[in-house]
Design a protein around this ligand. Structure first.
Ligand code: PLP
Length: 405
């Protein structure tokens, strides 16, 4: 019999909501037409895409539905932003980003360095915070092409004040493009992209954000579909060049089932958005308090700053992250050490290194990330098992206090 799983790795990916799967099904079956074809059956499919785009523009409070582009994932959206911005603005040669971005931004920036661009990587402090003064110092009016700063970090959940950072950028030079990778925050933190400002006080005002990326599989949609918001008038060249789809900004026949899937996932998430936030914040407060009570020598990374409600990144001194994950998986608990994309290597996470997490703790870091589908019982089960694992591994560790002579 298969053992039951406790899935606490929702920053890596999420399960597809059953309603999303149902909404997608007809487009694998009778509604298979190419939305660009001229006959009426294809027209129905193309109307579904239009509807999905309108809904998403509404959820983001964008001014125009065609500011929303469907892509294959956040990685593609981020590549589109950086390469497309450079192609459209060849006289500007500096890019500003942070030391803690996802590889889908960082590695593209490294490629831009190979192509002759200068990239400034803003540092973070011990809590994972950025300094606004560092951004001000780094901006070069007339030469900065793009500022790309994530909305929240995938490893620690630490949030960045995008509203302020985008405003500072535009006040310095309105021609500098501002991009945020919102892959970990869409459906979790409310924001408004309208140039007229938010409709309510709860949404962050992203009127100075030109470009925003995200990925469907982080909010119970399917893998293989992402979004790119491009504010009207933003100078940017296409990344995938081909047919006239997406208003000529991204070639390739539309992935109709996935487009319907991502729109449905957003619709469902926005319905329970505030409830989910409160539930996850409650779980996080309880979980972290209990961890600190039950385990000595731990650090909750980013604890003293604003963080996502669903992410706990805990460093346990004197143990090794890979062994923790292995032991957790023996109990059916899925978590992650470092980011999902780098956990195949034993290199300590670039995010925790940038935060200067001490050597004895950086290797023993585990990320638990919850979703609306997690229950209190699951959290309690992790709290029963995790401290026991840490105690066992410490007993065998040559670095632990007890074993050092
Ligand atoms: N950006 C961030 C902040 C992420 O967390 C991820 C995935 O973990 C990505 C980009 C890449 O997403 P995808 O693999 O869907 O392209």
């Amino acid at each position: 019999m298969e053992k039951s799983i406790i899935y606490a790795d929702n920053n890596a990916t999420t399960c597809v909501a059953p309603e999303v799967l149902e909404a997608m099904k007809p487009f694998f079956g009778p509604e298979y037409f190419n939305p660009s074809s001229m006959y009426p059956s294809a027209g129905n499919v193309s109307r579904e895409i239009k509807l999905a785009r309108e809904k998403i523009a509404g959820f983001f409070n964008a001014d125009l539905e065609n500011e929303i582009l469907f892509t294959s994932c956040a990685t593609e959206s981020n590549n589109h932003v950086i390469f497309g911005a450079a192609a459209a603005n060849p006289s500007r040669k500096q890019i500003i980003t942070t030391a803690v971005e996802h590889p889908a931004v960082l590695e593209v920036c490294r490629e831009m360095e190979r192509r002759g661009y200068r990239v400034t990587y803003l540092p973070v402090d011990r809590q994972g915070r950025l300094s606004k003064a560092d951004l001000v110092r780094a901006l070069e009016p007339g030469n900065t092409l793009l500022v790309s700063i994530m909305h929240a970090n995938n490893e620690t959940g630490v949030r960045f004040p995008i509203q302020d950072l985008a405003r500072i950028t535009k006040e310095t030079d309105p021609e500098i493009l501002f991009h945020t990778d919102a892959t970990q925050t869409v459906t979790k933190l409310p924001f408004s992209l309208s140039k007229h400002g938010p409709k309510n006080l709860l949404s962050a005002d992203f009127r100075n954000v030109d470009l925003l990326s995200c990925s469907g599989h982080k909010f119970h949609g399917p893998k293989g579909v992402g979004l790119l918001y491009i504010r009207r008038g933003t100078p940017i060249r296409p990344f995938l060049i081909g047919g006239h789809q997406e208003g000529g900004r991204r070639g390739g026949t539309e992935n109709v089932p996935y487009v319907v899937g991502i729109a449905t996932a957003l619709e469902i998430a926005f319905r329970t958005h505030f409830e989910d936030y409160a539930k996850l914040r409650g779980i996080q407060t309880y979980f972290e308090q209990e961890l600190k009570t039950r385990i000595s020598d731990i650090e909750i990374n980013g604890e003293e700053t604003e963080r996502m409600p669903n992410t706990t990144n805990v460093s346990c001194h004197f143990v090794e992250g890979e062994s923790i994950l292995y032991e957790l998986s023996e109990y059916g608990i899925c978590a992650s050490s470092g980011s999902a994309c780098t956990s195949g290597s034993l290199e300590p996470s670039h995010v925790l290194r940038a935060m200067k997490v001490p050597f004895t703790a950086i290797h023993g870091s585990t990320r638990f990330s919850f979703s609306r589908y997690n229950s209190q019982e699951e959290v309690d089960r992790i709290l029963d098992i995790f401290p026991e694992i840490i105690a066992r591994l410490r007993a065998a560790s040559p670095f632990s206090r007890e074993n050092r002579h």
